[in-house]
Design a protein. Structure first.
Length: 116
């Protein structure tokens, strides 16, 4: 098994559940506390490639900041990436990343897909 990185917010119950699922399997992922160490646009692009997703898939649409910034309107992907880099609280969580792929842990059990 390759190493795993978990984009983690310890205040988020889903993120804590994902971490617990990994630890129950004796896996200790590298934790990326993305609110303290936000990914830049290049890192976000790499993450999107592993997820096979668009920037919109990374956005937490239920956040008040999402509405305040008007992110519900059509915007180019590059602009969405800049918003995500500038406002990491908008990033979906948790996200588990291996060398080959990544998954958004919604629900947290989805991270187990990386183990197979």
């Amino acid at each position: 098994m390759t190493s795993l990185t978990l984009y983690h917010n310890p205040r988020c119950s889903k993120s804590r559940q994902a971490l617990a699922l990994l630890r129950e399997r004796d896996l200790e992922p590298k934790l990326r506390l993305y609110l303290e160490q936000p990914p830049n646009t290049e890192e976000l692009q790499q993450l999107l490639a592993l997820l096979d997703a668009t920037p919109r898939a990374l956005l937490r649409e239920g956040e008040a900041l999402y509405r305040e910034l008007g992110l519900d309107r059509a915007l180019p992907d590059a602009e969405l990436l800049r918003y995500l880099a500038a406002h990491p609280s908008l990033l979906q969580r948790p996200i588990a990343v291996s060398a080959e792929r990544a998954v958004i842990g919604r629900p947290p059990e989805r991270i187990l897909e990386l183990l197979s």
